[in-house]
Design a protein around this ligand. Structure first.
Ligand SMILES: [Cu+2]
Length: 373
């Protein structure tokens, strides 16, 4: 059935890749390509569109953001404790990246799709990545006391959201760590792909492949709340989404429906409602991590050498706080209890319409319409 549908897509040209709540079938998925395969013009049009998002005024009425770009970041801040270390981690970030792609296309005349960073190519060598090219890419490492990026198209951007949940003006900062980026190696992806249950596969993907992209770039990218302040976030999370889709594709008939896990994970902060944090939560609410940054991921278990020689088979997923068994828990629309189900509502604060996890399980379904090439 799926093949028929793909063939159908090939012979029809009327794609509807942008879905504003409309449930048209995906007849012609747009192609999300690896950054290193883009032409110079394609790279420029993506960077120009991101800069456009950084120039458009905020319109959602959230506290802090000045621009549409900042608004994306703020949405992530508001939901951070309920979208990491939880069953909704992969679906939420899938739809969040979709919202970003939609904004580029509808508000910034971008004709392409969200590209992704093929990170294993650069594992152990992030600092030399083609993505960091100052002419064609996202600029390079941070410099100076605040680790502000010093070249490239985003070096002068004044970001108004973060660090953590704070609202401050700051540059986009990076502290690239090639050693930490070794975890992006293909062998760690392969280990996740061998897993057959959603819960273990999600934990594996959220572990090494996900974490290494954040850690390798470091700086703003290490902020569990405000990491989307670095435009590399979207390249990284499109890549992670590709990995999830790759895993799903190994057994689509069952994996289009597989989701589980707690709604409240490591970063649970009591007091929020409807899957949102109370506004104005203080910084440093993550155990061990000041200012909303990830706690240090060390020391590593004995016998594994250094950061650059991580544990064979990868590190375990995020540590978990035990979720309350009988409540009270933060009520997530669509979920009856503290277990992530297909009915779980993904709330992107009006950037695009809220959907359920079921709606985003298929990247070529009624809501999403793209493919990875
Ligand atoms: Cu996130």
């Amino acid at each position: 059935m799926r093949l028929t549908w793909i063939l159908f897509a090939i012979i029809t040209a009327d794609a509807a890749p942008v879905h504003n709540g409309e449930r048209a079938a995906c007849t012609s998925p747009i192609q999300r390509k690896a950054w290193h395969t883009l032409t110079r013009e394609e790279k420029k049009s993506y960077i120009d569109a991101e800069k456009c998002l950084m120039s458009l005024p905020a319109k959602l009425g959230l506290a802090g953001p000045r621009t549409r770009f900042d608004e994306f970041q703020k949405i992530h801040v508001l939901h951070a404790p309920l979208i990491h270390g939880v069953g909704a981690f992969l679906p939420y970030h899938r739809y969040y990246v979709q919202a970003h792609e939609t904004a580029l296309r509808t508000e910034c005349s971008y004709a392409g799709a969200q590209p992704y960073w093929d990170e294993p190519r650069d594992a152990g060598n992030f600092s030399k990545s083609i993505l960091l090219d100052p002419e064609t890419g996202f600029g390079g490492d941070g410099v100076g006391p605040n680790n502000c990026i010093a070249d490239g198209p985003f070096k002068d951007y004044m970001n108004s959201v973060g660090p953590g949940e704070s609202i401050t003006d700051h540059c986009i900062d990076r502290q690239i760590n090639d050693c930490w980026s070794e975890g992006a190696a293909q062998k760690n992806v392969d280990a996740c792909m061998k897993i057959t249950t959603f819960e273990s596969a999600w934990n594996c993907l959220e572990g090494m492949p996900h974490r290494s992209g954040h850690r390798g770039i470091n700086g703003q990218m290490m902020d569990v709340f405000s990491s989307p302040g670095d435009p590399l976030f979207y390249m990284h999370h499109a890549y992670l989404d590709k990995l999830w889709w790759q895993w799903q594709s190994k057994n689509l008939s069952s994996r289009l429906n597989e989701v589980t896990g707690p709604n409240q994970g490591t970063f649970f902060i009591p007091g929020g409602v409807n899957g949102r944090l109370p506004i104005g939560s203080p910084n440093g609410t993550i155990p061990g991590g000041p200012n909303g940054t990830f706690p240090p991921f060390g020391p590593f278990p004995p016998g594994n050498g250094s950061d650059c020689n991580p544990v064979p088979g990868g590190f375990p997923g995020f540590p978990r706080l035990p979720p309350p068994q009988n409540g009270p828990w933060i009520k997530i629309d669509g979920d009856p209890a503290n277990i992530t189900t297909l009915g779980h509502v993904i709330n992107v604060e009006g950037m695009i319409p809220n959907v359920t996890i079921k709606d985003v399980m298929d990247i070529q379904g009624d809501v999403l319409c793209y493919e990875y090439v």
